[in-house]
Design a protein around this ligand. Structure first.
Ligand code: AMP
Ligand code: MG
Length: 299
């Protein structure tokens, strides 16, 4: 890919990802249709796949510069209902990047060691090093989602009772905003993705997990039970996005009923994020140039 093609692709990446970017508190979940594919129809699917392949190539080049420059790190946070396609999006979008420059971590139900600390503790330990792209498959945002929908999780946290008031979610949003601002000021660029799948499509995917033997392992009866709390989750997601979407650390609310489209948008948003860093290979100093010339002579 030449420079001109790369520039065009970055421009397109911006065009496709911007409609789904949320940077302030005006967000309403019902404004985003999980089935949206912008101006692309299923006939464009092969073209979208090609765009994704090219996007992955650009991403790999940008990541190489991120790594060489070694100043910024990039943290990509993925949140979604089960079967929305987090794992697939992560797998496809990151498929072209150098594994050495990438760190993925999946956050599960907290362990007893985790519960002996504040909720950020386990996440802070997993932040990407400078020059790397870190991916959180779920994150501290679960502290305002599953923990909010199921109070039993909050009770297990052994917080001093006086600190657990009706303001707890507001306080958590406040703390998360502060921490993300702190991270940005220290060279961690954060982008957050909510893969927005519809209730109907989730049901279809759960049925596929039951019916197709090679997908059986993905199915858990408990995930299906969580469907009872669908509306509570949607309320929690909306409130979370409204309260934690900022210019510095935006959310992308990505339609997730069509996997091919989800992946294009996620890749586009990551390209846009990396491009915003104005990455360059480190400038070689005169001393280093002399060293290189001397080494060449000696070889
Ligand atoms: P999975 O991503 O399917 O492997 O499932 C991980 C599970 O861990 C999900 O059911 C999450 O709701 C749960 N989980 C992740 N973080 C937390 C948390 N902070 N508190 C309680 N449950 C959590
Ligand atoms: Mg699961």
């Amino acid at each position: 890919m030449n420079n001109k093609e790369m520039k065009q692709l970055i421009k397109n990446a911006r065009k496709y990802s911007r409609p789904f970017r949320v940077t302030d508190d005006h967000f309403r979940l019902k404004d985003i249709d999980p089935g949206d594919t912008l101006d692309l129809t299923s006939e464009d699917k092969p073209r979208a796949k090609e765009a994704l392949a090219n996007g992955i190539q650009v991403l790999a080049e940008l990541q190489d510069m991120l790594y060489a420059q070694d100043n910024w790190s990039v943290l990509l946070i993925f949140q979604a209902m089960d079967a929305a396609g987090k794992d697939g999006a992560i797998k496809h979008v990151m498929s072209g990047v150098n594994p050495q420059g990438c760190q993925v971590y999946s956050f599960k139900v907290p362990t007893s060691e985790d519960l002996d600390h504040d909720y950020m503790w386990r996440c802070m330990k997993r932040l990407p090093e400078r020059g790397r792209i870190g991916i959180f498959n779920r994150s501290y945002y679960e502290e305002t989602l599953v923990v909010r929908v199921h109070r039993a999780f909050l009770e297990k946290q052994k917080l001093p009772p006086d600190l657990v008031t009706k303001d707890i979610w507001k306080e958590r949003f406040q703390d998360i905003r502060s921490i993300e601002r702190y991270l940005l000021r220290n060279g961690v660029l954060i982008r957050k993705f909510f893969l927005h799948v519809s209730n109907k499509e989730q049901k279809k995917r759960f049925l596929e997990r039951i019916e197709e033997p090679e997908k059986n392992w993905k199915f858990s009866a408990n995930d299906a039970k969580e469907r009872e709390y669908w509306d509570d989750y949607m309320d929690a997601y909306e409130d979370m996005i409204r309260n934690t979407a900022t210019k510095g650390a935006p959310w992308y609310v990505v339609p997730a009923d069509n996997k091919w489209f989800t992946r294009v948008i996620v890749a586009a948003a990551v390209i846009d994020a990396l491009d915003s860093l104005d990455l360059k290979y480190p400038k070689v100093s005169d001393a280093k140039l002399k060293e290189l010339a001397a080494a060449k002579r000696d070889l």
